[in-house]
Structures are given as C-alpha cells and as structure tokens.
Design a protein around this ligand. Sequence first.
Ligand code: CA
Length: 380
Amino acid sequence: MKICDVVAHPISVPLDTPFYFSQGWVNKRSSLIVEIVTDDGISGWGESLCHGQQPPHIAAAFIEQVFKPLLLNRNPFDVEVLWEQMYNTTRPFGQGGAAVNAISGVDIALWDVIGRSLSKPIHQLIGGAFRTSVTPYATGFYRVANGKYPDDAIDEALRYVDAGFSAFKLKIGFGIEEDIDYIHTIRAAVGDNTRIMADANGAYNAATARRIIKSTEDAGVYFFEEMLPPEDLQGYKEIKNESKAFIAAGEQLFGKAGYQPWLSASALDIIQPDVCSSGGITECKKIAAMAQAHNTMLVPHVWGSGIGLAASLQFIASLPSTPLSLNPLEPMLEFDRSAHPFRTDLIQGAITMEAGEVQIPTGAGIGVEVNREVLEKYRI
Ligand code: CA
C-alpha cells in the first residue's frame, strides 16, 4: 500500500455568540482536518488541533510544503518511521506548536488508514482496551458578553449535573478573589458529589496560584489545570508540593522531548497531552509510557472536532491507569460542551454520553466516518 495524496482541509466558522476565557475572546472555531489517500482507495482521517484562535493555515502549510513531499509513495504502515522523519525534518523550525500539531494530524490519519485496511479500531492495534467506556467531564463555563457571573455559571453547573455528568471543569483566571469566591459558590450550588476541576489557562504565577489553591482547599477541587504559563516548570513544582488538589498541565507541551523534563522533575500530578497536538497516537503512546515509568497520572486534553474526539477515545482505551490496582483513579474524557458549530456534524453518528459514560468507538480506524459535505461546507 502506498500513500498517493495528502490533503490539508482547513475549516473555520464564526460563532453566533463569541465567548472569552482568561486569555481572551474566541470568535470562531477552526480546525485542520488531514486526509491521507492510499493507492488502494482508503482515505484516513486525522486532526491537527487549533488552540484558542490558532489559524488552521499554519499547520496546513507544514503539511503541504514539508510533509506531503515526504509522505507520497510511502507505506502508511511505516507510521513510526514517518513520524521520526517528519519531526527530524522540521526540528530546526519546529519541535512544538503548529509543526507538531501538523505531525499529530498526519499520524492520526496514518493510524486511521492502518485501522481501516485491517478493519480494526486503532486501540486494537496499539495494545488493546483497558476500558470500553470512559467517564467524561464537561468542559464549558466560558463567559459571554452581558453574562451574569456567578449566576449563569451556577445554571450551567446544574445543567451538567441534570444531564448526568459526574464531573465538570470551571474556567478561572479572572482574578484571585473572584476565583476563590467562584469556586466556593459553585461547590455550594452542586453539593459534594460532583467532581470539580478548575482551569486558569496560565493566568497566574506561583505566588498568586498558591493563594487560590490554599484558599479553596475546603472546596475539594480535584485538579487545577494550567495555573501557570507552560514555561514555568519551577513554579509548577512549587505549587504541586503545596497543594492537596492535583496539579495538571501539558496541553502546551509537545512530544517526548517536551514532556521529559516535566516528568523527570516530578513537576505535575497529572499530564494532559492532546493526541491532536502533542504528537498523534504514536508519540502520545510513548508519552504515556514515560508517565507510567514516572508513576504519573495522565488525563488527555481534548478540544477538537468529532475526529479528534474519536481519536482521543482510541488513545484513552489504551491507557493503563497509573498505577494499576483494584480500584484505581481512571483517566477521564475531556468532553467539550462549549459552542462549536461543526464538532458533532463532522462525523456520522454523534459521540454522546449515556448513563454517565462515553463508549469507545469500535468501528475501524478512529471508529467513525467523516461527513464530507460538512467538511466542504466549512472549508476555507
Ligand atoms: Ca485547558
């Protein structure tokens, strides 16, 4: 089997109601969908995550200008060989960011080709399923113009609880005292039986983060995510050693080399690689092995379309809990509930929560089919 085409599909659409978080406004949702076509007629699909307002054209340029010439006429089963060659080729101008986002999309598409050619879901090809379903947590709590906070957030929290979610993640990073009051208010509104996380998107330093973490100990936050910018390894180590809540980060780290110093420094309780950003299935499996060797938990970051969601579920199926035991802390699925006009429509058959769980797709490859009409509708 040979690769005969590599197509970057940049898609984007403005939001009817823009929203904001601690780093600014989100006015549109975008993604880069990667299609790999083989000489025996298989199309494999992957996704390169667009963080925040990241334009999909950047990763598309890596794919069209650098990776397509490297991939044409190659065997998709050489997926790890191709990964290392893509990474090495872009090393002087890559190592992270959109370069590794692009490699991630190609890698997922290659695994999708392999899975479709063998009629097996990806998780069956990378070690099997430690679980056939996963508990999702709702990601939302973005803020909108003219919103009333915390009132609107209380309503949102109660909607998730009513819908059957056992966990959700707040957006924080709006100021020390506001965040402390907010976390206490939401905990009081939903009671003690819901797992609450909080994500500051890198809005603090160790001193300000420590004050929030210490002042909300009685609210039992499960993990604090990205309290600090991703350059501040020493700051993370400091807050981790002070915190009862778990300290999580990693959506802005890339590849084995990106995670290595964080794991060896024991700077995080939970790492959060994203298969659509941190290196695809191939690299994230290695990052997971590194996490296991350091006995560090892994809860993937997920913020893409249905393609990225399906690929993430394949990865999650293959993750051992760290460590294994009769009643371990399991990975969770980050289940984005924020506004996204094509997240669900891009794939055929919605990925949904039933009885508080999301099933791992069992179809070939990523496990779902792509809706080409929707892809064309939002293509830019
Ligand atoms: Ca986040």
